[in-house]
Design a protein around this ligand. Structure first.
Ligand SMILES: Cc1ncc(COP(=O)(O)O)c(C=O)c1O
Length: 394
């Protein structure tokens, strides 16, 4: 019999199990909402990116169903052949209006928006200057572009400036940061980075995946929050988190978007969204504009829960958003904390290396607008008990 050429994978999985870092997928057997059921257990859900509860919002549901009835379940092609439906164009037009930019292109996900954009606008002769905690999709886009990658310490604008200043003036440079960092919940220093980009002629790019629907007026993102409109050349957003459906987009000038229509590989070589997804995203824009009290509620819950964790004495890092990490250091301890919380009826995902540094393992919490105070207090009580049991709290 032929020896399994993939047997080394089992060895690696065994090593993960020994280190306590092996992860079983939790199975959601109900809707994605604030209190739900995973693995047949009712839990307060602090692990989704469903910031505004839009995954189950009645307007989005109705409009998605209507789109299925009218247009069917699939687009049947990539955008550049037969898969551009009127509803895709309508979504791009509405998003551009919402983001106050000339144009928008929608991708299948935030991941493909980042990776497809960076890899198509840069070449091997260019340089990317990137925050060390930028999302994996940015890193992959940088690698695919074959541009030189220079990484600056997290949020260190002076270091970014020194890197950029040392590069030849004529060389094309992309300065790139997350708007909200997904594992720490802190914000990229946009105004200061925009100044560096302007001084040295860099292309300025922001990945606003976790800011879309959360920061800025009606959830327009960190560009609106910091009022740096017109100073960020490439804005990436996602439709998969607060918007409640699926997808990513790039907002910018008409020429940027037309270029991506011609060169971004996920746009050219992967089928476009089913019409129901586009319809749900369009409905979500209406909700952001017409029901901004949902965003206010998200922030009230965020303040309540973050203050509660801090009062208990947990290390919550530098978070400024609804993402609040509970940093415990050791990877196995983070996984144990997550498991114990789950047994106590709270789902907060443990996160360890390689997603975060080896000594910065954590349980990540994300509150949503739809959590009730009782649910959040239940979660805080579980954190308190479990934190003491595991010796994280004294
Ligand atoms: C900062 C950041 N950018 C991009 C993405 C990718 O977005 P999507 O889930 O829409 O692919 C994520 C999602 O994990 C993210 O956290």
């Amino acid at each position: 019999m032929r020896a399994d050429p993939l047997s080394f994978l089992s060895l690696e999985l065994g090593a993960m199990k020994e280190a306590g870092l092996y992860r079983r997928l939790r199975i959601l057997d109900d809707e994605q909402k604030a209190s739900t059921s995973f693995d047949h257990r009712s839990v307060v859900n602090l692990s989704s990116n469903n910031y505004l509860g839009l995954t189950t919002h009645p307007t989005l549901r109705t409009r998605a169903i209507e789109a299925i009835e009218r247009f069917g379940v699939g687009s049947g092609s990539v955008r550049t052949i037969a898969g551009t439906m009127a509803i895709h164009m309508e979504l791009e037009r509405r998003l551009a209006e919402f983001k106050k930019t000339e144009a928008v292109v929608v991708f299948q996900s935030g991941f493909t928006a980042n990776a497809g954009t960076v890899s198509s606008i840069l070449t091997k002769d260019d340089v990317v200057v990137s925050d060390e905690l930028n999302h994996a999709s940015i890193i992959d886009g940088c690698r695919l572009s074959r541009a030189e990658i220079k990484v600056f310490p997290h949020k260190d604008v002076d270091a970014a400036r020194r890197i950029v200043a040392a590069l030849p003036a004529a060389q094309r440079k992309l300065l790139i940061t997350d708007g909200v960092f997904s594992m720490d919940g802190d914000l990229g220093p946009l105004p200061a980075l925009c100044e560096v980009a302007e001084e040295f002629g860099c292309i300025m790019m922001v990945d606003d995946a976790h800011a879309s629907g959360v920061f800025g007026g009606n959830g327009r993102g960190t560009i609106d929050h910091f009022n740096v409109h017109g100073r960020v050349d490439v804005q990436v957003g996602t439709l998969s988190k607060a918007i409640g459906a699926l997808g990513g987009y790039v907002a910018g000038t008409k020429s940027l978007i037309e270029f991506l229509y011609h060169r971004a590989r996920p746009f050219l070589f992967s089928t476009s969204h089913p019409p129901a997804v586009a319809a749900a995203c369009l409905a979500a824009i209406d909700v952001l504009l017409e029901e901004p009290h949902i965003i206010d509620r998200l922030w009230e819950n965020t303040r309540f829960f973050k203050a509660g964790l801090q009062r208990l004495g947990f290390n919550t890092g530098m978070s400024e958003s609804p993402i609040t990490p509970v940093i415990v250091g050791d990877g196995a301890l983070a996984m144990r904390l997550s498991d114990r919380l789950f047994d106590a009826g709270v789902f907060a995902q443990g996160i360890a290396f390689p997603t975060v540094a080896t000594d910065k393992a954590r349980v990540r919490t994300i509150v949503t607008a739809t959590h009730t105070r009782e649910q959040l207090q239940f979660a805080l009580d579980a954190f308190e008990r479990t934190g003491h049991e595991l010796g994280i709290l004294q």
